[in-house]
Design a protein around this ligand. Structure first.
Ligand code: SF4
Ligand code: SF4
Length: 339
C-alpha cells in the first residue's frame, strides 16, 4: 500500500480509535488549556490542529522513571529491577522533525550498554506522523536536511487536505495499521495528489534557509567570540530550551531512600544548570553561564557530529519559541555565519 489514501474525518477517528485498542495512545491533547503530547485514554481527545507545546520525547524517555527498587532484608539489600515497558505505544501526530529527533536519540540509548527501557519502547512503537502544512515561524528543518512532509522515520504520514486527511503507509508496520480501516479508505485521486504537492511546496517555501554547514565550520574558531557572552548576558538559565528540545537527552540518577527501602529514579536534567557539571570535589568545569550557553550549541553542532556523524538539532525551533528572553537559535546561526 505504498500509495496515498484519503480518509474522511469519520475514518480518521476510526483509525485512531482502532489504534487505541492495540496501543497506548500518545498524542497531542489539551491539558489545562495547553495542547501537549500526553497519553490519551479517549481517542476523541486527540487534537492535531496545533503543534503541541512539548515534543513526544517523553513517550520514550519519561521525565521521571523508576529504574529499580531496593529494600533491606535482614542485613542484605534486595534489588528488584523495574518492570520492562508494558504495551506498545502509538505516537499519533508526531511531526517529521520529531521523528528525526528520535533517530538522534537512538544511538545514544542503543550504544552499549543498551538502555532497554528506551530501546524496547522504540522497537515496539508505531509512529503516525502529521505533516506540517503551516510551519511555525521558528521552524528551520529544511536547513537540516529534512522537510515539513519528510516521511523518514515514520510508519504512516498523514496530511490534512480538503475534507479530511491523506495517509501514506511508509513502512509495513504502517500498512498493517491502516489495513484495519481499509474499508473506509479510498485511493487518493489526481486532484488530491496535486493538493498534497501544492501544500508541500507552500510549507517548504514558508521556511527560512540557514547555512548550517557554514555555521558548523565557523564554530571551529569561534570559541572565544564575544557572541557567547552576549547570549549569556540575556539567558536566565531556566533550562526550558533543553527540556522542550526533542534531541536533548541528559538525565540524572537519584536514589530516593527510606529507612528500609527505596528506589532509583532517572529524571531529566539540563546542561543549563550549574549543578549539572558540579563535581563531588566542588570543582565545576562549567562554572559560568557563558560556558553552559556555549556548551549547548557546541554539543549539538560539533560534539554530537564528532560522536555520531549527525547534527544534534532538527530545527524544530521550540527552544526559541519558548525561551522567556528570546534567545533564538536561528539568530545565533545567522549571526555566527555573518561574523
Ligand atoms: S530557555 Fe532561554 S533563558 Fe532559559 S536556559 Fe534556554 S536560552 Fe537561557
Ligand atoms: S536545539 Fe532548538 S531547534 Fe534544535 S532540535 Fe532542539 S529545540 Fe529544536
Amino acid at each position: 500500500m505504498a500509495e496515498w489514501w484519503f480518509m474522511e474525518p469519520d475514518a480518521f477517528h476510526a483509525f485512531i480509535r482502532e489504534l487505541g485498542e492495540r496501543f497506548m495512545l500518545y498524542a497531542p491533547a489539551r491539558r489545562d488549556g495547553i495542547v501537549t503530547f500526553t497519553f490519551v485514554e479517549n481517542h476523541e481527545d486527540v487534537e492535531l490542529s496545533k503543534r503541541p507545546f512539548t515534543s513526544p520525547k517523553a513517550a520514550f524517555l519519561p521525565q521521571t522513571e523508576v529504574l529499580l527498587k531496593f529494600s533491606l532484608r535482614g542485613e542484605r539489600v534486595h534489588l528488584s529491577p523495574a518492570q520492562r515497558p508494558e504495551s506498545p505505544i502509538a505516537v499519533v501526530g508526531i511531526r517529521p522533525c520529531e521523528a528525526g529527533a528520535l533517530k538522534l536519540l537512538d544511538p545514544v540509548f542503543s550504544s552499549p550498554p543498551e538502555d532497554v527501557h528506551y530501546t524496547l519502547r522504540r522497537e515496539n512503537a508505531l509512529l503516525v506522523g502529521f505533516a506540517c502544512t503551516s510551519p511555525e515561524r521558528w521552524c528551520f528543518c529544511t536547513s537540516l536536511g529534512s522537510s515539513p512532509f519528510d516521511e523518514d522515520g515514520l510508519d504512516v504520514l498523514l496530511v490534512e487536505v480538503s475534507g479530511g486527511y491523506c495517509a501514506l503507509a511508509v513502512t509495513e508496520r504502517g500498512r498493517r495499521a491502516l489495513e484495519v480501516v481499509r474499508d473506509m479508505l479510498r485511493k487518493a485521486d489526481e486532484a488530491l495528489l496535486g493538493e498534497i504537492e501544492e501544500r508541500r511546496r507552500q510549507a517548504e517555501r514558508a521556511m527560512k534557509t540557514l547555512d548550517v554547514e557554514r555555521f558548523i565550520a565557523r564554530l571551529e574558531d569561534m570559541g572565544d567570540d564575544p557572541i557567547w557572552e552576549e547570549i549569556a548576558a540575556r539567558c536566565i538559565g531556566c533550562g526550558i530550551c533543553t527540556y522542550l528540545c526533542p534531541t536533548c537527552y541528559c538525565f540524572d540518577i537519584q536514589d530516593e531512600a527510606g529507612l528500609t527501602s527505596g528506589r532509583r529514579v532517572r529524571v531529566w536534567d539540563s546542561c543549563m544548570y550549574p549543578e549539572y557539571t558540579l563535581e563531588a570535589s566542588g570543582h565545576n568545569p562549567r562554572p559560568k553561564r557563558v560556558h553552559r550557553v556555549k556548551n549547548r550549541i557546541y554539543h549539538k553542532f560539533r560534539w554530537y557530529v564528532d560522536l555520531f556523524g549527525l547534527v544534534g538539532c532538527v530545527g524544530c525551533g521550540r527552544c526559541a519559541e519558548h525561551c522567556p528572553v528570546n534567545v533564538d537559535i536561528k539568530e545565533i546561526i545567522s549571526e555566527v555565519v555573518r561574523r
